[in-house]
Design a binder for this molecule. Structure first.
Ligand code: ATP
Ligand code: MG
Length: 589
């Protein structure tokens, strides 16, 4: 488990490199980017990348571009473009919003010159201009022109090997590859074929464009990697304009360059790609400062699945209700569950940035969440499994005003009115007819305090014909209320309650971890280790102040946990609440 680092200014090896570059005045401005592929929803792991990229921009008066790395039209969709944009904006709101680099709506790179050399940079939108995220697909024309440049320099060739032959020729990590028979095509022939590939003359898979590097390189990524492939398929952003699509490695470094990115931060699996990133930029005549790639370890929380393929399976097989199911580690799911963006940021920043892979205990996330909510959430009374209690010494219709504290963590806590009545609900498991030893809640003949009200004594249990308890009859000692002579009288237990005539009925969804094992992804089939109790739905009784709650409000239901109104299913007067997290770690051994 990583050590939490809650200091306001995080330090790590990437920030050290950036600090050195700033000291050397190497770049006019520090520019980072967060480059998701729009092929799924963002998750907890992406939050680390977002907070690192935006954090570095923030700490250095720089900017961070939101760029869609949309080079693979087969798996991508506008639904994902929209959800990712919403999620990124949510996560950085109130923290690094002003660092978000966007481009003027509809703009692509301009074909210009710098120092007499061709340049195709794209400038970010100025304040006030209508703006949108950057898209790698906006650079398809520029990328195509750079590819012709590589061909003219003898650095790329059109290859006619089939996909299977290409794999065979590549060799193995411990075995050199073989040169393609098409490797020494003349420049004119390559240019002609590449233009005809663009024009749609050839079917999918018939030809590729490859970098001409070294088929014997110990780094397999340098064995004449593919730069372009033919795909006769529409693209969510460019429509049917292209049937020739660049590969990720080719598009990524050049997109960074075009946007003026200085530090290109990605996860460790891209370490072997770095040589290719540099090779492409070095073999083009690029007038401006080149970006550099730095790698860090992914965030891998326990009890959690992150990879999109697996999350998609949970969605498609209806294990969860959708990408924003509050049990999923997607940012949309976490938001719906009631996780404040600030808590998420504190968690991912606190886990730090390293160069070795390791998992992070999800309990650390839950701990950060409780800490954040403890200071911000309003306290309310709610009863999840109601048991009726009759205070026999109060008259029907009698109302006794009590004062409840909204948040004892506030410097000057405010209070609200709640009403004690003859009939109230308490939590069913706050009463035991046959109490176990050391049971300090309500039991026959015993006393407890009703929070914010008074001490009560249990006199009688009423049961129906079948023997089920229907109500508990008690006497309220009104002299133990605040301001009364016996206010300080102590009893061992304090329980929560709501007034029966004032209570609001609500559906409450009790969410818990989705998996029962720390590493569900390491199981032969993660479907076998689903937590059968990851969702329990109860019909609860809430104090009336909760009827008008909005999804932006955070509550602590006293003694139960933190809750928030569901953004989708809650309606005015008919609230639905989600449990964000219990008050205590119920998983700790
Ligand atoms: P997944 O593996 O879940 O499908 P991905 O890596 O394909 O995610 P991308 O859209 O390619 O998702 O990721 C965007 C950025 O987020 C990349 O720079 C990637 O390195 C980073 N990233 C993805 N997963 C994590 C993670 N678990 N921790 C930190 N950064 C991550
Ligand atoms: Mg990826």
């Amino acid at each position: 488990m990583s050590e939490a680092n809650t200091s306001s200014q995080p330090r790590d090896f990437i920030r050290d490199i950036v600090a050195q570059h700033v000291a050397e005045n190497r770049y006019p401005q520090i520019v980072t980017r967060f480059p998701p592929e729009p092929n799924g929803y963002l998750h907890l792991g992406h939050a680390r990348s977002i907070c690192l990229n935006f954090g570095i921009a923030l700490e250095n008066q720089g900017r961070c571009h939101l760029r869609f790395d949309d080079t693979n039209p087969v798996k991508e969709d506008v639904e994902y473009v929209e959800s990712i944009t919403t999620d990124v904006r949510w996560l950085i709101a109130g923290w690094a919003d002003h660092c978000l680099g966007l481009k003027p709506r509809g703009a692509g790179p301009a074909a210009g010159t710098v120092n007499g050399r061709p340049d195709r940079a794209i400038a970010p939108a100025a304040p006030g201009v209508e703006a949108e995220p950057f898209f790698a697909s906006d650079y398809f024309e520029a990328l195509y022109q750079y590819a012709e440049d590589l061909i003219r320099r003898g650095k790329a060739y059109v290859c006619d090997l089939t996909p299977q032959e290409t794999d065979e020729y590549r060799g193995a990590p411990d075995q050199p590859g073989k040169n393609s028979p098409w490797r020494d095509r003349g420049i004119e022939e390559n240019l002609d074929l590449f233009r005809r590939m663009r024009a749609g003359e050839f079917p999918d898979g018939a030809r590729t464009l490859r970098a001409r590097i070294d088929m014997a390189s110990p780094n397999v990524w340098l064995r004449d990697p593919l730069l372009y492939r033919i795909r006769h398929v529409a693209h969510h952003h460019t429509g049917t304009q292209w049937c020739l699509y660049p590969l990720y490695d080719y598009a990524h470094c050049l997109s960074d360059y075009l946007e003026g990115v200085t530090h290109s931060l990605c996860s460790l699996e891209f370490v072997p790609h770095r040589a290719l990133y540099d090779w492409i930029l070095e073999n083009l005549d690029l007038p401006r400062a080149r970006p550099h790639q730095y790698e860090f370890a992914k965030l891998l929380p326990t009890y959690t699945l992150l990879s999109k393929r697996n999350l998609l399976r949970l969605v498609q097989e209806k294990v969860v209700s959708g990408w924003d199911d509050p049990r999923l580690p997607t940012l949309a799911g976490l938001r719906r569950r009631g996780v404040p963006a600030a808590a998420l940021r504190r968690f991912v920043i606190g886990t730090g940035i390293t160069t070795y892979d390791g998992s992070t205990d999800i309990a650390l996330f839950e701990h950060t969440l409780r800490e954040e909510l403890n200071t911000t959430a309003q306290r309310r009374l709610a009863v999840l499994r109601p048991l009726k209690l009759v205070l026999t010494n109060l008259a029907a219709g009698e109302e006794i005003a009590c004062e409840a504290t909204n948040n004892p963590q506030d410097e000057n806590p405010t209070t609200r009115r709640i009403t004690l009545t003859r009939e109230v609900f308490i939590e069913a498991d706050d009463f035991a007819e046959v109490p176990p030893p050391k049971y300090f809640r309500l039991k026959p003949g015993g006393e407890v305090r009703l929070k914010y009200a008074c001490i009560i004594r249990c006199d009688e249990i009423v049961k129906d014909a079948a023997g089920a308890i229907t109500e508990i009859r008690c006497t309220a000692d009104l002299t133990t209320r605040r301001g009364e002579p016996n206010a300080d009288r102590k009893v061992k237990g304090t329980i929560h309650w709501v007034s029966a005539p004032h209570a609001v009925d609500a559906e409450v969804r009790l969410y818990d971890r989705l998996f029962t094992v720390p590493e569900p992804g390491a199981e032969p089939d993660f479907m076998q280790v689903l937590n059968p109790k990851s969702l329990e739905v109860v019909r609860a009784k809430l104090e009336p102040a909760l009827a008008t709650a909005t999804p932006a409000d955070r509550f602590q239901f006293e003694r139960l946990g933190y809750f928030t109104a569901d953004a989708k299913d809650s309606a005015p007067g008919q609230p639905v609440f989600n449990r964000t997290i219990t008050l205590k770690d119920t998983w700790a051994k």
